[in-house]
Design a protein around this ligand. Sequence first.
Ligand code: ATP
Length: 235
Amino acid sequence: MLKIENLHVSYGGIKALRGISLEVPDGKIVTLIGANGAGKSTTLRTISGLVKADSGSITYDGQELLGKPINKILEAGIAQSPEGRRVFANLTVLENLKIGAYLRKDKDGIEKDLKWVYELFPRLEERSWQLAGTLSGGEQQMLAVGRALMSRPKVLMMDEPSLGLAPLVVQGIFDIIRTINKEGVTVLLIEQNANMALKVADLAYVLETGTITKFGTGAELLADESIKEAYLGKS
Ligand code: ATP
């Protein structure tokens, strides 16, 4: 289990996370919803080791991750598919995917997982020699997820996978999240699209200005009147 306890993070004088605690049990899909600037990306970036915390603890299976370098966190089995589809534009799809496996030495395993990613995203296989920068937005998002999967993570953290995508493509991404999870990968998902996120999630946390204000099953929060009003709009 990935466990965050009393995590405080600030940027200069600005407090982004004010003592949040949350748990991501193995095999589950957990979502973190909240308005712009609530601290969702900061949470993921701190878990990944990209942002330093002021205090608190982040453990995976009891092992402290806070303060560890990025590659150690990846080695522990936690990978992030970043917001904004940060793929390497001047490299091919295949090269991007191989970068996802850069810490691994098991050649056979890497080949197997490349097949796995191509099964999940046949579009990537069709375009394996295409430069990533010329892919469509949805395809780049698939590549970002595929690249993260190439590290064979135990926990996949996804930052706004549906951002800027057409509704049909969004549905496809959420189907893939379910499939990946069924195949044994735990998912921690951040989404602006709270409606879709709560539908797919086993467990959900609401983050407001750096504080967790609500926790429940996805279904519970979907039915919660205050959540409906604040995050679900008319969708
Ligand atoms: P969004 O949905 O808009 O991406 P978020 O919930 O992911 O928002 P964060 O990106 O985690 O929010 O930001 C939390 C707060 O920290 C915001 O007030 C933001 O302006 C601030 N912040 C984030 N990154 C930095 C940074 N590198 N330097 C200074 N302040 C930052």
